[in-house]
Design a protein around this ligand. Structure first.
Ligand code: C2E
Ligand code: CA
Ligand code: CA
Length: 690
């Protein structure tokens, strides 16, 4: 409970004032009581005192943690012994020993000095209250006149215990209440039952300790044995609880514990008006590490990632491993979204520092989704779900970090209505295709077109694919979307063919398509229905599409290739498929992602990536096409580098069929390309496949 105070302390806040007052008063009181003790008292108390003092310090150093308890400080069994000292030898001895034990334990835990001071003072005042009750009821003990206990003393002892519990609780809760700006009563009530039970049980043991002190230390084992059993039991159940709540590989909290802590954080946030942040983090390349370097390296990497995450967060934040390469981060207190994004950025930067593993250095990229309570969700489950949506979005957009945005959420109402409309739109033929030409850099001839889908929405106009393709992907509409696009594209190919234009048609396919066992048959059916030869169809798939389920994807790809359909690897360079793997795929072409091509004129690093990708693909016998060619310079450079084909706004934007038909038939256009293309220096290395 006390840990939360660190957050609310300014130099002159009410909390600081309160803590200072209690500390000052309590310490003065302690000094006053302890002043009366004489060395002679110590001698009088003898070995019994030494034993009690030793047990007391041990109890303070090894607090008892019980399963299910939310109190991170545990329960100090020293309470039993201090209260026994109070009963037997009076307040001075009790306060002195409590102070000594607190200082020793706090030093070994590295607790802040002001906290130690406050705890010593608070305890002194609470034992003072208990002592007041005892004295009032005529029970006084002192070193030279120890109190003995009979059954008749129990009511007075019970009342004194009650005074201690109430006073201690009020003093601590008041600080928490000040810090959260909350009513004292609410804070006390939140923890009262647990406190009363545990502290009550510890205090109930004290009279027995007194009996041992007064009769014979030889009776001590009778007392210690059950205490020892309680410790052992608690630590065994604690071990079981730990296992149930932690990930075995990394030792980090698991999903269950993260959810539980998020629930606690939300409760606390409600009381204190904080925001809570939840991140979901997914490593972008982890599968490849496992596939190429083996599971041992993968496991080691995960452990390192866990440690690295912990090292850039505050101690009160939680890092959990949720399974596979997915981690969760809980920030129990966060100012706002900008602050959360800063933390996420710090995490991403930390992961890009290379990890040294069994002689290889790996750096990682991660996609992080952020959701905040209460801004984005009003309970734990929803918070988790929204962080997941945000992470999915970050992965899709390759932006690395995204905070939850209802516009990108397939479950949000806005998207739900769009989902309903999309299903109908596919049936009602509202999807239209635009076509973008691809031109052969060697000959300047059009080598094909790519079909790119748009939605002619009755109210919102022409919608670009990124507003609805991901939605279709997430909601099971992809199958009908792809079928619709395939059908339209092939009909257009047939129409062009009839008018004498022999143009190869490229269609984009998604992960859902490739992991559907009927996909190959559907393609085959569409080809025979439209009378288009399989060799006139090209399917573009991204690395991510393949890597999502390599085994199944491979089966489908092999079947498609056998059919005679050409396969092209889209967005190349943005995924991380290993070269060894790429060689096994039956693709004939790779498409360098536009992010590299767009920047190759201004960024040497991107130009290098493009150059080495071209060399590498040619080495593997693959054709290379560059997408996103916007300028004549890029066109020329690609041509010089030996790239086989290009596509981009410089040639043509995607256009409706009629416009593209005109473009294709306009010989001038093609000739112009040929002029630029012919400036290529001699001796260019030719593509291995055409
Ligand atoms: P993609 O397959 O990588 O398509 C290329 C995108 O880059 C297209 O965006 C195209 O208009 C754009 N582009 C072409 N040349 C240039 C250029 O020179 N500069 C710039 N800045 N951009 C250029 P579009 O049409 O918005 O499509 C976006 C994505 O939507 C596509 O990326 C593809 O992943 C998806 N998509 C489009 N149609 C379909 C479809 O029928 N099925 C599936 N599964 N996905 C589709
Ligand atoms: Ca494409
Ligand atoms: Ca692309």
């Amino acid at each position: 409970m006390v840990d939360a105070w660190d957050r609310g302390r300014g130099p002159f806040s009410a909390l600081t004032l309160y803590v200072a007052t209690v500390t000052f008063g309590g310490l003065l009181f302690t000094l006053d009581r302890v002043r009366h003790l004489e060395p002679a008292d110590l001698r009088m108390m003898g070995p019994a005192f030494v034993m009690a003092a030793a047990l007391l310090v041990a109890g303070e150093l090894r607090p008892l943690f019980t399963p299910g308890s939310r109190d991170s400080n545990g329960v100090a069994t020293s309470t039993t012994f201090v209260f026994a000292l109070l009963l037997h030898w009076g307040l001075g001895v009790a306060i002195l020993m409590q102070a000594v034990a607190t200082v020793v334990a706090d030093r070994s835990n590295g607790t802040a000095w002001w906290r130690t001071g406050f705890d010593v003072a608070r305890n002194a005042l609470a034992y003072g209250a208990a002592s007041l009750v005892l004295v009032a009821m005529g029970h006084t003990g002192a070193p030279n006149a120890p109190m003995t206990i009979t059954g008749a003393d129990l009511p007075a002892i019970a009342l004194a215990g009650l005074a201690y519990v109430v006073c201690d609780n009020v003093l601590a809760s008041r600080a928490t209440a000040l810090q959260c700006g909350e009513r004292l009563w609410h804070v006390i009530r939140a923890d009262a039952a647990h406190q009363a039970l545990t502290t009550g049980a510890l205090l109930a043991l004290s009279p027995l300790v007194v009996v041992v002190l007064e009769r014979s230390i030889a009776l001590l084992p009778l007392l210690l044995l059950p205490l020892f059993a309680v410790y052992r039991n608690a630590s065994a159940s604690l071990q079981r609880e730990h296992e149930a709540l932690h990930d075995t590989l990394t030792g980090l909290p698991n999903r269950r514990l993260l959810l539980r802590q998020a629930g606690d954080a939300i409760e606390e946030a409600d009381r204190c008006g904080y925001q809570v942040g939840l991140f979901l983090l997914d490593l972008d390349r982890f599968k490849d590490v496992n596939n190429t370097l083996g599971h041992n390296v993968g496991d080691e990497l995960l452990r390192h990632v866990g440690e690295r995450l912990g090292s850039v967060l505050r101690p009160e934040d939680t890092v959990a491993r949720l399974g596979g390469d997915e981690f969760g981060v809980l920030l129990p207190v966060i100012r706002d979204q900008a602050a959360a994004e800063e933390v996420a950025e710090r995490i991403r930067t930390a992961l890009t520092q290379p990890f040294a593993l069994q002689e290889v250095a790996l750096d990682l990229e991660a996609s992080i989704g952020i959701a905040l309570y209460p801004a984005h969700a009003n309970d734990v489950d929803l918070l988790m779900q929204r962080a997941d949506v945000a992470m999915y979005h970050a992965k899709e957009a390759r932006s690395g970090i995204e905070a939850y945005d209802s516009a990108c959420d397939p479950h949000s109402t806005q998207r739900l209505s769009l989902f309903g409309q999309l299903r109908r739109a596919i049936e009602d033929d509202e999807l239209v295709l635009h076509y973008q030409p691809k031109v052969d850099l060697g000959t300047g001839r059009v080598s094909g077109v790519e079909a790119l889908v748009r939605w002619q929405h009755p109210e919102r106009g022409l919608l670009p694919p990124d507003t609805f393709v991901p939605l279709a992907e997430q909601t099971g509409l992809m199958k009908s979307l792809t079928s619709n696009v395939l059908e339209q594209a092939l009909r257009q190919t047939a129409a062009w063919s009839e008018s004498g234009l022999s143009i190869r048609m490229a269609v984009n396919v998604s992960a859902r398509d490739l992991h559907d066992d009927t996909f190959c048959d559907r393609v085959s059916d569409a080809l025979s229905r439209t009378g288009v030869a399989a060799s006139m169809l090209e399917l573009e798939l991204t690395e991510r599409v393949v890597m999502a389920d390599p085994q199944r994807a491979m089966e489908n790809l092999t079947a498609l290739a056998r059919l005679g359909v050409r396969l092209s690897l889209d967005d190349f360079g943005t995924g991380y498929s290993s070269l060894a793997y790429l060689r096994r795929l039956p693709v004939t072409e790779i498409k360098i992602d536009k992010s590299f091509v767009l920047r190759m004129d201004v960024d040497d690093e991107d130009a290098t990536i493009v150059r080495s990708t071209i060399d590498l693909a040619h080495g593997l016998g693959l054709r290379v096409i560059a997408e996103g060619v916007e300028t004549a310079e890029t066109w020329q450079r690609l041509s010089d580098l030996g790239c086989d084909a290009a596509q981009g706004y410089f040639l043509s934007r995607p256009k409706p069929a009629e416009v593209v038909t005109d473009w294709l038939t306009a010989r001038d256009n093609v000739a112009a390309m040929r002029v630029v293309g012919s400036r290529r220096p001699a001796g260019r290395r030719s593509a291995a496949r055409g």
